[in-house]
Ligand binder design. Sequence first.
Ligand SMILES: Nc1ncnc2c1ncn2[C@@H]1O[C@H](COP(=O)(O)OP(=O)(O)OP(=O)(O)O)[C@@H](O)[C@H]1O
Length: 266
Amino acid sequence: MMNSVLKVENLSISFGGLKAVDDLSFEIGDKMIYGLIGPNGAGKTTVFNCITKFYTPNSGKVTFKTNTGEQINLLEHSVHQIINYGLARTFQNVELINDLSIIDNLLIGAHSQYKTSALQQAFLTPRARREEKEHRGRAMDILNQLGLADKANEIAGSQPYGVLKNVELARTLMSRPKLIIIDEPAAGLNETETEALAEMIKKIRDYYHCAVLMVEHDMGLVMSTCERICAINFGKKLAEGTPDEIKQNKEVQEAYLGKDDDDAEN
Ligand SMILES: Nc1ncnc2c1ncn2[C@@H]1O[C@H](COP(=O)(O)OP(=O)(O)OP(=O)(O)O)[C@@H](O)[C@H]1O
């Protein structure tokens, strides 16, 4: 049996008469970079929204191995609890505070980790000051490790979109995640930025030993980054396997290109 960090079992959700996700199961191994792919409207974002608690599925189970090794059913916990258990996410549109520096944006990402109260922080008690210093040190270590140290004091709003995507990923590390879920990371990036992002995702996994689930439309990024891929269409699993297995799978090819390749080219 796989040593998994996330196990999705028989997940289903309907909107009116439409089965957006239909009895879907897949499993992500510890420290694995995993891709969930599918054509437009396949149900990827809906799966993502069920895992991150934005939607409540009609049925199914999502088991997550927390940073203390405990197995929990995510569907029974609040979003706030989930972050503390070691599950972090990024958004399709970068969600950073434009007026703050890059390092301050990372410090905001550490918010769930603070042990001092808001009042202690407001009055900068010695304990709060110590804690702030620790978090600043960790933020700087992360920026250093990921090659972003020279950007630490730059104002987020002044940076190109590609850099901000990397910063958003760096910020997730402040909560010491076991799994980072990334929603359509290539959206809005050019080819060079997408390649840089792929390198960043691999670095994050290698240095911080966390698994990554990427929900993505762009096959190039997924094929070059993921170790395993689950392809879905109409909410159902089409195939699961290595990038090569997925590339060669007839059903996946048909879902992306249409049944007749000649038609797809025209
Ligand atoms: N809140 C909702 N209400 C009604 N229908 C929805 C809702 N969310 C998603 N759907 C429908 O569920 C299906 C799956 O949509 P979803 O956004 O999950 O696909 P996707 O694979 O993420 O597509 P894309 O690559 O275009 O983002 C679609 O038919 C969509 O219209």
